[in-house]
Design a protein around this ligand. Structure first.
Ligand code: GLA
Length: 392
């Protein structure tokens, strides 16, 4: 599949710029298995990069400005990579100019590039196409500047996270950019988002991972996401006061929350905190389950995660709830939950590897019957992180 995307990006580059690109920056999407909405509270997450990609074909530009075109959008974006200005919430060009702006503000001399973007990663479906676009574009700029080797994947991820804060206005955590930049082929990553330590986790061969788009576009998700982050931060501040030490919300224990939560927090903060504290426990248990191959227990944790995201964190929607409920009713499905930021987007479904065909068909039919929405589960495999491939 990514082969076609490579030729699409290369062909588009030739067509728009009249020459061949010098290299390709290839970045995978990611799906989060469990540990949702805990990264910005210093918790643990378990994402994996998927075998769907964004490809940026690029070369140094002749002029001073950078030019980006995309197979998915008609316009050609032109901007000064040393001092780009945001195009307003939701615009795709924020994700390509952002990393260049951050590198420039770090004092790097970032040259202008011409670039063509193509992807087989669905947009807005919870697979982090935006982080993939940031990381691929960031690599294209660094490679043209001749300093790709000096910037570690982790620093690249941090720069792209900052770009998302500054240019897209989303105060995201580090999970997406880190998994896209640092993933290892064949493995999921258990990330401690406080110190960015990563342990790799192998998925049992008996389990398949399906990503299923709910077909509900994420509306006003940026504002709602930032609000969730604020709720968590104010809960952490108040609990820190009670506990007499500075705590991240994800390190608060159940007992501490039970003791101080009701008196110190308002109702909303208490629910957000309950989700984060519970989810942190679930993710560490989930890793144990995967290591032991206990897929039934892993699936139960996924279902609990979804309930908590829907009821306490309030980031689900009726369609995602129906999708998850429909999936969990199917024989051979261990569990399912919304994945990524929520507010629409996708669910991740964990099922028997030897039942993917019939399970996908049954889920498509069940979701259609409940909502009238057509969807097609996508089987994803753990893949390697972003890289540059030289063409000449
Ligand atoms: C988005 C953000 C991540 C993370 C998830 C929720 O994908 O970019 O940092 O917070 O939502 O887990």
């Amino acid at each position: 599949m990514t082969g076609d995307i490579r030729s699409l990006a290369t062909g588009l580059f030739r067509e728009r710029f009249g020459r061949a690109p010098r290299a390709l920056a290839v970045a995978p999407g990611r799906v989060n298995l469990i540990g949702e909405h805990t990264d910005y509270s210093g918790g643990h997450v378990l994402p994996m990069a998927v075998d769907r990609h964004v490809v940026v074909a690029f070369d140094a530009a002749g002029g001073q400005a950078s030019r980006f075109c995309s197979a998915d959008f008609p316009e050609m974006a032109e901007f000064d990579q040393r001092a780009p200005s945001s195009c307003g919430a939701g615009h795709w060009t924020n994700y390509v100019m952002g990393p260049a702006g951050v590198f420039s503000s770090q004092g790097r001399d970032i040259p202008a590039i011409d670039a063509a973007v193509a992807a087989d990663l669905p947009k807005g479906a919870g697979l982090s196409s935006s982080a993939a676009l940031e990381v691929a574009s960031g690599l294209a700029f660094l490679s043209t500047a001749g300093c790709a080797g000096e910037v570690s994947p982790r620093s690249l991820a941090l720069a792209c996270q900052e770009a998302e804060h500054r240019y897209a206005g989303v105060k995201c955590g580090i999970m997406d950019q880190l998994s896209v930049a640092c993933a290892e082929d064949g493995k999921a990553m258990y990330i401690d988002c406080h110190n960015l330590f990563v342990k790799t986790v192998e998925l049992p061969a008996a389990m398949a991972v399906l990503v299923v788009d709910s077909g509900v576009p994420r509306k006003l998700a940026e504002a709602a996401y930032n609000q969730r982050r604020e709720d968590c931060e104010s809960a952490a501040r108040k609990l820190s006061k009670e506990l007499g030490r500075r705590v991240r919300l994800a390190e608060v224990t159940h007992d501490e929350l039970n003791e101080f939560g009701r008196s110190a927090l308002d109702k909303t903060e208490l629910r957000r905190a309950r989700h984060v504290v519970g989810e942190e426990l679930r993710s560490s248990r989930a890793v144990d389950c995967l290591r032991r191959g206990d897929l039934e227990a892993f699936g139960e944790l996924a279902r609990e995660s979804h309930r908590s995201l829907a009821e306490d964190f309030e980031v689900s929607c009726p369609e995602l709830d129906k999708l998850v409920a429909a999936a969990c009713r199917i024989e051979g499905v261990f569990g399912a939950r919304l994945t990524g930021a929520g507010f629409g987007g996708a669910a991740v479904v964990f099922c028997r590897a030897d039942g993917v065909g019939p399970i996908s068909a049954e889920l498509t039919a069940a979701y259609r019957a409940r909502t009238g929405i057509e969807t097609r589960p996508v089987l994803v495999r753990p893949s390697a992180g972003a890289r540059v491939e030289q063409l000449r």
